[in-house]
Write a protein that binds this ligand. Structure first.
Ligand code: 26V
Length: 826
């Protein structure tokens, strides 16, 4: 197999060592005598990179040679995390590298730890894109990612006096994984005007000109598959001033400052990742980012297609483009513009090509996250695109009118243009109309989009266009890499590691369920992972947590809909209950460590208040002598991909407790269960399918169902007088307002949003059922043996949630692409 071949990539540890030393001494111009861990990391990365590059070139040549259909995944976010460890595992050289580094005097774990995360994403959507790249490569699909090369990734979070403080994440200092392509440069225009020109044949043509030009430069990142030579490409664009635009006239005239300002303006486009998750702010710079990236990517895709000298008709047979949410929806308009204005195709022919090319994935139903751009802004920035959007809308509405004559209301409801002040463009509607398939990311979510936000489009297009493709995660990073001990134990039991490529093989674990030694080994690994996390917590917070406690973890972006506030209210309830117990009673309680991690968007004040409450509760509880080890509350600073790799394997329980109908899927729920943790969760997103697969014995579900949510909200809205809170929640609020956790004014808004503000996320409605579910957790955790059985059973039934399965579904149901194995010629 390729793996055996790959193992000989380095002829043993000696060759690996030689390569590391060579890079340290030549590429880095350093001496081995005072080489630190960062030097060793750099050397190791460069040594491995040399091997990746060979496979990468070979793969791209093969794909060009076979002229296979490719998929292009357009995403504004790729939350890649670190590369070295993952690449070593995928190529199969980690053991060689470990031995080699060992002899040089380095622990491989410390070397791996030197790498900076590539954090070009906010959360679920960006990490999903990264998992998809891993699966595309592993399954030998010809697939590229296209994104932006932000100079600053998602901010780093510091907690100072219990508050979140944002620090810039400059990640590009030394990046051995990127290859600048100074020869791949695209000019991108903004602003300007549209001129009509009459052709000789009497037709009119639109010409967009006179705008400001910025250049896009490509940077490529190799994406190695696991146990295959196939190595795909991620291409990220960086902005810089176009050569003609950097004003040398001014420069020479001594107006240095304004010349530099122009340059900076161009570079600003790819400078920062917007740190909002699930909220649309409608900023001009963000629209510029979107068009810059979409235009550069399409130009590149078309250039590649044209090299095959095929007629335009065949474009959709060679190119599939997937829109990761609506952020790249302008690609629909841009392709239509290129085809009619530049390639001179007829409008209808062009539109046929466009709609056969695109697929659109929706990732949220939250109204505040659905992108809308103001018409005047679009008009100003992209005047020709605005015209084409009007045309697309006009022809679409004409079709609707023909099918449903006289239904004015339907026309209003499905129009791309919303009649607001000023008018706005509903990007999701544009994405639906310009794509041949629209998918949601979990069964419940896909049902919801068909019956709520997009229901009128189901009326217009029929149901077949709207499908579900349930998310998944890559077992390479989220099991093999993050939890090597568990991965090894599973390999031992299943007689090999094929499960890493066919996750359904995990069900073979069920045969060993009654094996006492296996159950013990399983729980010992969980314990070891908890010790690893406890050590990290001690080092970073000075707080000692007992690894024998139940570890209860909620790590994700902080958002009211994800309900971290309900978790912390539950913890306060636990604290009050423990305090009220007699010492003998307390002895029977199950010790618990509640762990949080996650960033709040810098402008999301309520989310920051939730962080403040969590840290405030920790400050009180963690040094309460009555409580001791029975309860600890930890906030882990700066949650990111590499921290997730350490945190997730250490959970006994993780929390996925969003208000039913709000979390489109969730993907960390899958990662936690895959690592043997059970979940406490609402009937929301992919929780539903996880529980369906693993069995409800293996999960703690609670709370109201999605279909009841509108009515409950309605009741809150019109309730007069305000509804009485249940006893437990009221006691929690009283404790906060009494100042138990410091200045109550700080937390009043959080409480008021529930007691006065309509409780939009239904915390009061679900609280009691949440507390009951937590009591059941305590009760069942006492019996360690049956807990082990639940944990193993759950893992055994998680095969469905591999992103490999997800990608095969996209490939077959939307992209119509096939694997293209790279031939072995060695
Ligand atoms: C939306 C916006 C709106 C405009 C400005 C900035 C911005 C940034 C990100 C987003 C994306 C929101 C959608 C999202 O992240 N959805 C998450 O997608 C995951 C993968 O499908 C899914 O597991 C999560 O449940 C869902 O919240």
């Amino acid at each position: 197999t390729w793996r055996k071949l790959a193992a000989t990539e380095f002829k043993g540890k000696e060759e690996f060592q030689r390569e590391v030393v060579r890079h340290v001494e030549t590429t880095l111009a350093r001496s081995m005598y005072n080489c630190d861990e960062l030097g060793a990391y750099s050397g190791a990365a460069l040594a491995l990179r040399d091997r990746l590059v060979i496979a990468w070139n070979k793969t791209q040549q093969q794909h060009t040679f076979v002229d296979s259909k490719r998929v292009y995944y357009l995403s504004l976010e790729f939350l890649m995390g670190r590369t070295l460890d993952n690449a070593m595992l995928n190529v199969g050289v980690k053991q060689t590298a470990r031995d080699g580094l060992d002899e040089l005097g380095f622990r491989i774990e410390d070397v791996i730890d030197q790498e900076h995360d590539a954090a070009l994403g906010n959360g679920g959507l960006g990490r999903l894109a990264a998992c998809f790249l891993d699966s595309l490569a592993t399954l030998n699909y010809p697939g590229w990612g296209y994104g932006l090369r932000y100079r600053y990734g998602i901010f780093k979070q510091e907690i100072i006096d219990g508050h979140q403080v944002e620090v810039p994440d400059y990640w590009l200092d030394f990046n051995p994984w990127e290859f600048p392509r100074h020869d791949i440069v695209v000019d991108i225009m903004f602003y300007g005007y549209v001129r009509k020109q009459i052709e000789e044949d009497g037709t009119t043509r639109s010409i967009w000109e006179g705008g400001e030009v910025v250049q896009a430069v490509a940077y490529d990142y190799p994406i190695p598959g696991f146990d295959t030579e196939n190595t795909n490409n991620l291409r990220l664009w960086s902005s810089r001033p176009a050569s003609g635009e950097f004003d040398f006239q001014k420069f020479n005239a001594g107006d240095y400052e304004s010349a530099v300002r122009e340059q900076q303006r161009a570079e600003t486009i790819s400078a920062v990742l917007y740190p909002n998750d699930n909220i649309d702010a409608g900023k001009e710079l963000r629209l510029k980012q979107q068009y810059f990236w979409v235009s550069a990517s399409l130009h590149d895709i078309i250039r590649r297609f044209k090299k095959t000298h095929r007629p335009w008709d065949q474009f959709p047979e060679r190119v599939a483009i997937q829109l990761n949410d609506t952020h790249p929806a302008l690609a629909i308009v841009e392709l239509q513009r290129i085809l009619i204005d530049i390639e001179h195709l007829s409008y209808d022919k062009a539109w046929g090509i466009v709609t056969r090319t695109f697929g659109y994935t929706n990732h949220t139903v939250l109204p505040e996250a659905l992108e809308k751009w103001s018409v005047p802004l679009m008009q100003h920035l992209l005047p020709r695109h605005m015209q084409i959007i009007y045309d697309i809308n006009l022809f679409f509405l004409q079709g609707v009118e023909k099918k449903f004559p006289g239904d004015r209301e339907l026309l209003m409801k499905v129009s791309i243009i919303e009649e607001s002040q000023p008018q706005s463009i509903r990007m999701a509607f544009l994405a639906i109309i310009g794509s041949h398939k629209v998918n949601g990311v979990a069964e419940l979510h896909s049902d919801l989009i068909r019956t709520t936000i997009f229901k009128d489009f189901v009326t217009v297009f029929g149901t077949d266009k709207f499908i579900n493709i349930t998310n998944g995660v890559t077992p390479r990073r989220w099991l093999h890499q993050a939890n090597p001990k568990l991965s090894d134990l599973i390999s031992e039991k299943l007689g090999g590691d094929s499960f890493l490529k066919d996750l359904t093989l995990l069900d073979g674990l069920l045969e060993h369920l009654d094996d006492k030694q296996f159950r013990k080994d399983w729980m010992d690994i969980k314990y070891a992972n908890k010790v690893r996390l406890a050590k990290y917590i001690k080092e970073t917070t000075q707080i000692a947590v007992n690894p024998a406690s139940l570890f209860d973890i909620q790590v994700k972006r902080i958002h009211e809909y994800k309900r971290q506030q309900m978790n912390i209210f539950g913890i306060i309830h636990r604290y009050l209950t423990l305090k009220a117990m007699k010492p003998e009673q307390r002895k029977k309680a199950v010790p618990r460590v509640s762990i949080f991690g996650g960033k709040a968007a810098p402008g999301y004040w309520m989310a920051k208040t939730i962080i403040r409450l969590i840290t405030a509760v920790g400050d009180v509880v963690n040094c309460d002598k009555d409580i001791g080890d029975l309860l600890k509350v930890i906030f882990i600073e700066d949650y990111n991909v590499s921290k997730a790799e350490m945190i997730i394997p250490a959970s006994d329980i993780s929390e996925h407790i969003s208000t039913a109908g709000t979390e489109a899927s969730g993907t960390s729920n899958m990662k936690f269960v895959l690592n043997g943790g059970l979940i406490i969760g609402t009937v929301d997103g992919a929780n539903v399918e996880i529980v369906e697969q693993i069995g409800d014995e293996q999960a703690f579900t609670f709370g109201h169902l999605a279909h009841s949510v509108p009515e409950l909200r309605h009741q809150h809205h019109f309730a007069k007088p305000k509804p009485v809170l249940d006893k437990c929640l009221k006691a929690v609020f009283d404790a906060i307002l009494k100042g138990t956790f410091g200045t109550p004014e700080l937390f009043e808004p959080l409480i008021n949003s529930i007691t006065e503000g309509g409780d939009y996320y239904l915390v009061s409605d679900d609280f009691q059922s949440y507390i009951d579910a937590q009591s059941l957790v305590d009760e069942l955790y006492v019996d360690k043996d049956s807990w082990a059985e639940r944990s193993i059973t759950a893992v055994a039934k998680m095969g469905f949630f591999s992103s490999d399965r997800t990608i095969v579904e996209y490939a077959e149901q939307i992209w119509n692409i096939e694997p293209v194995p790279v031939p072995r010629q060695k």
